[in-house]
Design a protein around this ligand. Structure first.
Ligand code: PMP
Ligand code: GLN
Length: 389
């Protein structure tokens, strides 16, 4: 229950579904396929570099924009992968995870009453940050069963009050990866309506099969109106390090950085040189991790099929979705509430990511960034679903 003191602007801020479900997993001894974090660590050389940095005394405030070698490594990585050039001195800022970059961007660019178009379902921090800024969320549905973007619906969402478009691809929770044609359509709309685009690309390297991640900033007219956000947490399996970044024009990065200063001031000193090293030398590790993850995706998809669930097989991220109504459940929340005691497994109901909750009601999200034996154990436990509840 909210206290009498709670401010209206944080009305949507409650304990996140991820924290709640992870606590439930611990309390019930369940296999946690809820919160998206890998159960193995990133590359050894990166972990060793952070330990070394601590031993070497890299433990005080780093520069506000992040250490120069990390900004240079981010710039070189972006140029190498996408042919996009950003000046490490003026066009990049290191943040406390992508979460802070998103919050700082939204606070920096959204005035009270401004409309922010975002793909619905939305990652949970978007709603909270837009509320903090006093903005108005306008969802454009990527709804089941196929979770595809309808450009006509996106085009219809613009009004004279639209200031920002918040795009996330690869998309959490659906696993949808927007293709070149869709991105080109989004870019045309952004230019036509003269809006700023905040692009959350944290899963940029977690794409499968023939899917390709293309930054929106690489389309005509977009570089100067796009804030690209990513994070080392997903790429290098270090979600607890909270080293993320934003890149854009010098003006936009100045404005975003001015807000970041007063959110956290600076970010994780000893992790910065370690992430710089990983960005410089870790492409091989990332590619292997991506291939491993694709196999884990297929392993979980087969497992879910074997217990009577039909997975929507994602082309990116480490999340997979199923409709649970064929199992006799009215909705995903009821299913996820039952699951720990019934089977000893935790998953996330889609519904919490929607304004139009009916659209999310039947769906449940499963994380597959887990060791094979953990996925197998979860599937074994889910076998109990074939016995009536
Ligand atoms: N955006 C999306 C779509 C995410 O799934 C996450 C996840 N964890 C974040 C942002 C936050 O990233 P970070 O942990 O680097 O703050
Ligand atoms: N992004 C992760 C997920 O979607 C969780 C991050 C968090 O706990 N805030 O599961």
């Amino acid at each position: 229950m909210a206290s009498a003191w709670k401010a209206d602007r944080v009305k949507s801020a409650t304990t996140t579904i991820f924290a709640e479900m992870s606590a439930l997993a611990v309390a019930t001894g369940s296999v946690n396929l809820g919160q998206g974090f890998p159960d193995t660590d990133g590359p050894d050389f990166m972990l060793a570099a952070a330990r070394q940095a601590i031993a070497d005394g890299v433990n005080q405030y780093p520069p506000g924009r992040g250490i120069a070698p990390l900004r240079q490594a981010i710039a070189a990585h972006t140029a190498r992968h996408y042919g996009l050039d950003y000046d490490p001195d003026t066009e990049i800022v290191v943040t406390t995870g992508a979460t802070e970059a998103l919050a700082a961007a939204i606070l920096a660019f959204v005035n009270p009453g401004d409309e922010v178009i975002a793909l619905e379902p939305f990652y949970d921090s978007y709603a909270a940050s837009i509320d903090l800024a006093g903005g108005v969320r306008v969802g454009v549905g990527m709804f089941g069963p196929d979770f595809a973007l309808d450009l006509a619906e996106l085009a219809a969402a613009f009004t004279p009050r639209t200031k920002v478009m918040l795009i996330n691809s690869p998309h959490n929770p659906t696993g949808t990866v927007l293709d070149r044609e869709q991105l080109a359509g989004i870019a045309r709309l952004a230019v036509q309506h003269d809006v700023l685009v905040i692009c959350d690309e944290v899963y940029e390297h977690l794409v499968f099969d023939d899917a390709e991640h293309v930054p929106l900033a690489s389309f005509p007219g977009m570089r100067e109106r796009t804030v690209r956000i990513s994070s080392s947490g997903k790429t290098f399996s270090a979600t607890g390090w909270k080293i993320g970044w934003a890149m854009s024009t010098p003006e936009l990065i100045n404005e975003l950085t001015a807000v970041k200063q007063f959110l956290t001031y600076v970010s994780g000193a000893p992790f910065q040189p370690a992430v710089a090293l990983a960005l410089q030398t870790g492409d091989g590790w990332v590619e292997q991790a991506r291939l491993d993850l694709q196999q884990k995706r297929d392993r979980l998809a087969d497992g879910l099929r074997s217990v009577g669930l039909k997975p929507v097989v994602p082309r990116g991220t480490y999340f997979m979705t199923t409709d649970v109504t064929p199992l006799g459940y009215a909705d995903g929340v009821e299913f996820c509430r039952d699951l720990p005691t019934r089977c000893g497994v935790v998953a996330i109901p889609h519904q919490v990511f929607y304004d139009r909750v009916d659209q999310g009601r039947p769906y449940v999200r499963w994380a597959f960034c887990k060791q094979d034996r953990v996925i197998d154990e979860a599937v074994r436990r889910l076998g109990a679903l074939s016995t009536p509840a």
